[in-house]
Design a protein around this ligand. Structure first.
Ligand code: CP
Length: 308
């Protein structure tokens, strides 16, 4: 029986550890299907509306790939200038129309909480593929799944999050999942201008989770289990001189990595210049495997939401 309790996937705060076990068990099964180790019986025909009003490579294509791997269909908007938002249609009217054409909606939009508003009026499940600087829950799920696969555990981990912690919604979403596990410690490394927002810090204080905030890249690397690097979000800066001030501050290379040969190196991608390509061939460099994990995780979510 499908005991997954959610109708929509909107933010990572909605999940319990039990929900995560259900998702990850299903993702393992999906990996067996992808590897031809298990047969897949097609269920009733389903259509996913893939509504990307902001640019995306990984999230859109892995969702569309996941849907097709399950034998289902996709309709898509990948350029907001070609749909009726360009004629000022409201989020709510758009949601009612799209939900009439499909069985599930996956949506990326530039307005915070736009996906929540879509879910409020849609009679079909809605998945948040990120809504501006608010949340990116399916990225956090595949990040957590990657940490589990690379480290064989989710408890007792020291996780360092680096760079643009102000605008990087993937780090916020991941913190709101990882705190569920035992003995988690966070290290936030960023310039003062891009520190973790107060909403995340006050959440960790309230939950009594250990964290520290530092600006020096060299000091912490050797002591962490996971190093999660992010891109500086140039498109969020209104003043380009502020961007130029910080843009080359943290570049990960072999020197910075030092003696910690086991640290799991992650990045939600795309990267710009924050990780040198000399890191790519290390066995503990996980960011390409991380992106690949997006397919089984999204297959699992689509299955769990559509099977209801
Ligand atoms: N990680 C991520 O969300 O990538 P895209 O912007 O390419 O979807």
């Amino acid at each position: 029986m499908n005991t997954f309790p959610h109708k929509h996937i909107l933010n990572t705060k909605q999940f319990t550890r039990q929900d995560l076990e259900i998702i990850f068990d299903k993702a393992k099964e999906m990996e067996q299907i992808l590897n031809w180790e298990k047969d897949w019986k097609l269920l009733n025909w389903k259509i996913m509306a893939s509504m990307f009003y902001e640019p995306s490579t990984r999230t859109r294509l892995s969702f569309e790939s996941a849907m097709r791997r399950l034998g289902w269909e996709v309709i898509t908007v990948s350029d907001s200038s070609t749909c009726s938002f360009s004629k000022w249609e409201t989020i709510e009217d758009n949601a009612k129309i799209i939900s009439a054409y499909c069985d599930i909606i996956v949506m990326r939009h530039s307005e915070a909480y736009s996906v929540d508003r879509t879910a409020e009026v849609s009679d079909k499940p809605v998945i948040n593929a990120w809504d501006w600087a608010h949340q990116h829950p399916t990225q956090a799920l595949l990040d957590l799944y990657t940490i589990l696969k690379e480290n064989w555990r989710l408890d007792n981990l020291k996780v360092s999050l680096v760079w643009d912690l102000k605008y990087g919604r993937t780090t916020h979403s991941l913190v709101f999942l990882l705190w569920l596990f035992d003995d988690i410690e966070f290290v936030f490394i960023s310039p003062d201008e891009l520190k973790m927002p107060e909403k995340v810090i006050s959440f960790l204080k309230e939950k009594n989770i250990k964290y520290s905030e530092i600006t020096d890249y060299n000091k912490w690397v050797e002591k962490s289990d996971v190093l999660y690097v992010t891109r500086i979000q140039r498109e969020r800066f209104t003043d380009m001189s502020e961007y130029n001030e910080v843009k080359d501050k943290y570049i990960l290379d072999l020197d910075i990595l030092g003696n910690n040969k086991d640290i799991t190196i992650m990045h939600p991608l795309p990267r710009v210049n924050e990780i040198k390509t000399e890191i790519d061939s290390l066995p503990n460099t996980a960011f390409f495997r991380q992106a690949k994990n997006g397919v089984p995780i999204r297959m699992a979510l689509l299955y769990l939401l559509l099977k209801k």
